[in-house]
Design a protein around this ligand. Structure first.
Ligand code: DC
Length: 233
């Protein structure tokens, strides 16, 4: 089957990564979680005291970019990919609330974006890739054959993230999570560098009331349509 590029963008905790993983698995495509890359750079900044206490100012990260290496290791069986920061697996650490509270400030920095966008283009250059983030259909792969824009009701998003973090033993409150989501949405949509916007040719999937299976079915049908369209061109 002809391989295409699938770009999935949307707000935080809308179910983008679950959907991306499910379709990558069904299609035997590679899945790249670009949020994990921004989170890993944020973790580096936190570990090296490059962020001030209120998370508003990031110091001199530009000077350290050459010291930051982000890689993925994927299990060929389960297709599960884990992110590594300078050789260390950081998949769990990057999902903490402290990283979530600082990642929008770090991802608003032009030089950080340039480094990660170029790495993302490299990772996806052979097609057969599902990539999720905020600027995949607009900046990273504006020519992606299929672009999805995922949305969901804020309450539902907060509850999903709350259950996920509580499940891991994090003592977070629903209120904290909601505040974090609202703050991140605001920064992600208002920043100067590649703000989150829906690409003109993206198809919206609202996951508020859809089961995981139905979301994956909808996306899979869209992929098949695109692949057939390509084959007939
Ligand atoms: O998808 P996520 O919640 O793991 O992403 C974490 C943060 O990274 C998010 O608040 C915005 C930023 N991000 C971005 O700016 N561009 C991307 N392509 C992916 C994520």
């Amino acid at each position: 089957m002809h391989k295409i590029t699938i770009a999935i963008d949307g707000y935080s905790s809308c179910g983008k990564s679950t959907l991306a993983k499910d379709i990558a698995h069904r299609l035997d495509y590679i899945y790249i979680d670009t949020g994990a890359m921004y989170r890993a750079v944020t973790l580096y900044c936190l570990k090296n005291n490059l962020i001030n206490e209120d998370g508003k100012e990031v110091y001199k990260v530009q000077e350290f970019l050459d010291d930051i290496t982000i890689t993925f290791q994927c299990d060929p069986e389960t297709k599960k990919c884990e992110v590594y920061l300078n050789g260390e697996m950081v998949e769990n650490e990057i999902r903490s609330l402290v990283v979530a509270n600082n990642v929008s400030a770090v991802s608003a920095i032009k030089e950080v974006r340039e480094k990660l966008v170029s790495l993302q283009r490299e990772l996806g250059k052979s097609k057969g890739v599902v990539m999720d983030g905020r600027d995949i259909g607009t900046v990273v792969f504006p020519d992606a054959e299929l672009k999805l824009f995922v949305t969901a009701d804020t309450e539902v998003r907060a509850k999903r993230r709350y259950n996920e973090l509580r499940g891991k033993g994090d003592k977070v409150t629903l209120e904290e999570i909601k505040l974090n989501l609202e703050k991140r949405d605001h920064i992600d949509t208002h920043r100067k560098e590649s703000p989150l916007v829906q690409a003109d040719d993206a198809i919206i999937i609202d996951t508020t009331t859809l089961t995981r299976q139905i979301q994956a079915d909808i996306a899979y049908d869209l992929v098949i349509e695109k692949v057939e369209e390509k084959a007939n061109q």
